[in-house]
Design a protein around this ligand. Structure first.
Ligand SMILES: [Zn+2]
Length: 218
């Protein structure tokens, strides 16, 4: 009797706390204690220290159950997460339902975000926009087209190649030609692959001399 006075009854691990779908807990033998359905533990000491809720054996069981629960939850979350690659055909009805619900929540969230942004843009247009007349429009169009033309061709090797050919043809002395860095790069590459082929090409088109290319590579 004195032992009972000093201690309290072990609560045991409630089935409800660890009962999850897709686990074997539903098959676990259960017992009733203090009106609760608890997971049966044959090693339960029944009594424990007054300051504690579980006996050492049930505490050990609890730790194991916690780890299992965590693993099961993690597994379920991954399978039902909308970003998962797990096919619907491998999911249980519950998992499908969970995934659909998550998808629905995300869709609603995205729709709200879209509406907020739409309103923000409408407000900005109403407050800060300027109306352009036909002349403004034409000027702007011309500027954009000219800029676009320059940007597109400035880095175009074809354009540079033909421009350099025209420049070279206008000059009798090849040493007076200022070669574009891209042309130099291209020629170094071709010459590196075959000096003979490069020399043959030089007989047909105007290209930097091999001596000049050597200056760039040495
Ligand atoms: Zn116990």
């Amino acid at each position: 009797m004195s032992k009972i006075k000093k201690g309290s009854v072990c609560k045991g691990n409630k089935l409800q706390e660890f009962d999850m779908t897709n686990t074997d807990f539903t098959k676990t033998p259960v017992t009733f204690r203090m009106g609760n359905e608890i997971i049966h533990n044959p090693s339960c000491h029944i009594l424990c220290r007054k300051s504690q809720s579980f006996c050492p054996s049930c505490m050990q069981q609890r730790r194991t159950l916690m780890v299992q629960k965590c693993r099961a939850q993690c597994h379920n979350t991954n399978r039902t997460d909308p970003t998962t690659t797990v096919s619907y055909k491998y999911l249980t009805k519950e998992e499908m339902k969970h995934r659909m619900e998550t998808l629905h929540k995300q869709l609603t969230k995205v729709k709200k975000q879209r509406d907020r942004l739409e309103n923000k843009i409408k407000t900005l247009i109403a407050k800060q926009s300027l109306s352009l007349n036909q002349n403004d429009h034409n000027d702007l169009k011309e500027i954009v087209l000219n800029e676009c033309d320059q940007v597109t061709h400035q880095t175009s090797l074809h354009r540079i190649f033909w421009e350099q050919q025209v420049q070279a043809l206008k000059k009798s002395d090849s040493r007076a030609i200022r070669w574009h860095p891209l042309m130099i790069k291209l020629c170094i590459l071709i010459r590196h692959q075959s000096q003979a082929a490069y020399e043959t090409m030089r007989q047909c088109i105007r290209l930097p001399s091999q001596r000049l290319l050597r200056d760039y590579t040495h």
